[in-house]
Design a protein around this ligand. Structure first.
Ligand SMILES: *Cc1c(COP(=O)(O)O)cnc(C)c1O
Length: 370
């Protein structure tokens, strides 16, 4: 070890899903919960009409056009909106800003795997609260002393939605710290599931959203938070002490365009939800079980074939799904919902794989169905 290396901040980083380079061949990417549909037509128009002068200048440090579009969408004032470079940026900034208690922050043991990474990076004590047998968050487990609470709703990678009343019961009981509800997938969970509307009642509630999934803009890196003006002010102070110009001018522009096209959002979300419901039937017929997802992915376990084996077989067919290592989750695959066509190819590949596998087992005289 070099002497200066003793001074390095060393962390175990979050590992994102693979982004394989398209090599011209067929590739079905169901591993990072991207939306299979293009961004709304206005986004394309904005890019086509882009004046490069926009890139010569520094961007608006407060990203007002985007902030105001988001405020308009939620029917709140702009001082309740904080924007960032994807919700990862917003969440990281929120951990840094709000989780400074010596008491541990609480989050589920099976959840977005970036939470423990930020906790380690910022030296925040944390406790992982086990989900119940059916993968659900038990609100009562969070009703105790803590330095903060964070969970996604719907949760990832389970896809399970917690009822609004249950989410509110956690927020209501939490009086001395900030509660972050990560609503990355809330648009897929139907109307009325969001707790955004509770932000004016609970000053310690921060709701985090992203344009990566439901708005088909993962590549533009746009996320935001809704909260009381005092939380938003605190977030801005930390952000402006670190990097004033986080959001680039192009993302501010296309993001504002996307947020205003509510109709397109509804249409594409509905298409994804329809495909998801059909996927539940098809996968069930093939022997998969899964929590009843209200997100744009399924967290699927096969009753007879190990997940790792299915993962490899699909990969050979250039179909990418996500497989996590770790207790409880390693026998599951997280499959993002693609277009109907992509999903048909997934089912076909799975069917071929299962029947080939059965033939080998039968020929080997093992006498089992798989
Ligand atoms: C995808 C995801 C995010 C991050 O999305 P960004 O692309 O950074 O906006 C945050 N939380 C959860 C639970 C996610 O699944």
């Amino acid at each position: 070890m070099k002497p200066w290396e003793a001074n390095f901040r060393s962390v175990t980083p979050y590992v994102p899903g693979e982004q394989p380079r398209p090599d011209g061949g067929r590739l079905i990417k169901l591993n990072t919960n991207e939306n299979p549909y293009p961004p709304c037509p206005g986004v394309r128009r904005r890019l086509q009409d882009l004046d490069t002068d926009l890139l010569r200048r520094y961007p608006d440090p407060s990203a007002s056009e985007l902030t105001e579009a988001i405020a308009g969408y939620h029917g709140v004032s702009a001082d309740r909106v904080f924007v960032g470079v994807g919700s990862d940026d917003v969440l990281g900034m929120a951990f840094l800003t709000f989780f400074n208690s010596p008491k541990p922050i609480l989050f589920p043991d099976v959840t977005y795997s970036f939470y423990p990474v930020w906790a380690e990076l910022f030296g925040i004590p944390c406790e992982r609260v086990p989900l119940d047998e059916a993968w659900a968050i038990r609100p009562g487990d969070y009703m105790r002393e803590n330095g903060g609470i964070v969970f996604p709703n719907p949760n990832a990678p389970t896809g399970l939605l917690m009822e609004k009343e249950s989410v509110e019961s956690i927020i209501r009981s939490c009086r001395e710290s900030v509660v972050i509800v990560d609503e990355a997938y809330i648009d897929f969970a139907g109307d009325g599931a969001s707790v955004c509307g509770l932000c004016d009642r609970y000053e310690n509630l921060l709701v985090v959203r992203t344009l990566s999934k439901s708005y088909s803009l993962a590549g533009a890196r746009i996320g935001y938070a809704i909260g009381s003006p005092s939380l938003i002010r605190a977030l801005k102070n930390v952000k402006e002490s670190y990097n004033s110009y986080t959001m680039n001018a192009v993302s501010i522009s296309v993001g504002a365009e996307a947020v205003r096209d509510v109709r397109y959002l509804k249409e594409t979300v509905q298409a994804v939800v329809r495909t998801r419901e059909r996927a539940k039937e098809r996968l069930r017929e093939m022997g998969f079980t899964f929590p009843d997802s209200e997100a744009n992915f399924l967290f699927a376990h096969h009753t007879e074939v190990p997940a790792a084996e299915i993962y490899q077989a699909l990969r050979r067919e250039h179909i990418y799904v996500r497989h996590f290592d770790g207790p409880r989750v390693s026998d599951y695959l997280r499959i993002s919902v693609g277009t109907d066509e992509e999903m048909e190819m997934l089912y076909a590949s799975l069917e071929t794989f299962f029947s080939e596998r059965q033939k080998i087992w039968t020929a080997g005289g093992c006498g089992r169905s798989f």
